[in-house]
Design a protein around this ligand. Sequence first.
Ligand code: KG4
Ligand code: ZN
Length: 333
Amino acid sequence: MYILGMESSCDETSAAIVEYSNGKFEIRSNIVASQIETHRLYGGVVPEIASRAHIEAVSSITSEALDVAGITLSDVDLIAVTTHPGLIGALLVGVNFAKSLAFANNIPLVSVNHINGHVSAAYLCENDLKAPFLSLVVSGGHTSIYVCQKEGELCEIATTRDDAAGEAFDKIGRVIGLPYPGGAALDKLAYEGDSKAIKLPSPALQGTMDFSFSGIKTAALNYINSSNQKGEEVNRANLAASYTRTIVEAIAKQTAAALQSTKMKTLVLAGGVAANSHLRASLARLCESMNVRFVVPPISLCGDNGAMIAAAGYFEYLYGRFADTSLNASALD
Ligand code: KG4
Ligand code: ZN
């Protein structure tokens, strides 16, 4: 069967065709129209601009996804669309477009939770992946650990009490003058510095498996401000390296605790921050030492994309959870 996956929850408009046959997912096309260059001018995502850019892109990227896959709308068996969480105006563009397309062409429609979408990217790269597994989702808006007992169903066992890891990377990236979003640039810069140079508080909350990123963000900002006041130049590479090491160590520590307490033998890493090379290396080492299978999508499937939504949509279809014309978007989880 052919699944059209649609994603518009933040600053990427994406449409993909994923084929499911003989127990395997195959990506036939995965078109992503990124708005990053537009939002870079403002140092972050401007919701109104994001909604308008989705409207401009959604129709043409859907046609492109069909063309690249070599199929037409009449071949599509299922439409899967992200309905929550995310920016409400941005989500509404994808939801209304998908609804119109589904009902005008008599194609079944399913609603997909964006986080479920990120986790489902793993099925696109490892065909034999099966629940149960533990999943760590690290993105611009989320830092949570879930138990997945059944395909497409996540049970949160740990989360951040305040900001997300991606937000923490982006914030400090912006302050030290890196282009938005700072995560990827900070990842590279961290290789040039001394990761032990600056002592920062751990985002791993003592005695829990939860996170808090507000402390490390404030400590890094204080470090930058006091250096500026003393007329000292901030060693950006040392800050990037120390900040990254502290965050990665905290994520690895809480993940190890979650693996230990749940006894899960597979870890799925997902979300935009899963592209971080230091995090990937650290979790790969952790899993090896704990004899746990480590599943992480290629970088191209870590950020927001329609293919992951199509994969998550397949499980909604299996459970028979179809949407109708009353389908709506929601900003919340
Ligand atoms: O999943 P995603 O594309 O959007 C949300 O659902 O939030 O994640 C975007 C986040 C941004 O904060 C971005 O800076 C971060 O992923 N990111 C990275 C890297 N590449 C993207 N963070 C750290 N290292 C990277 N290499
Ligand atoms: Zn995302």
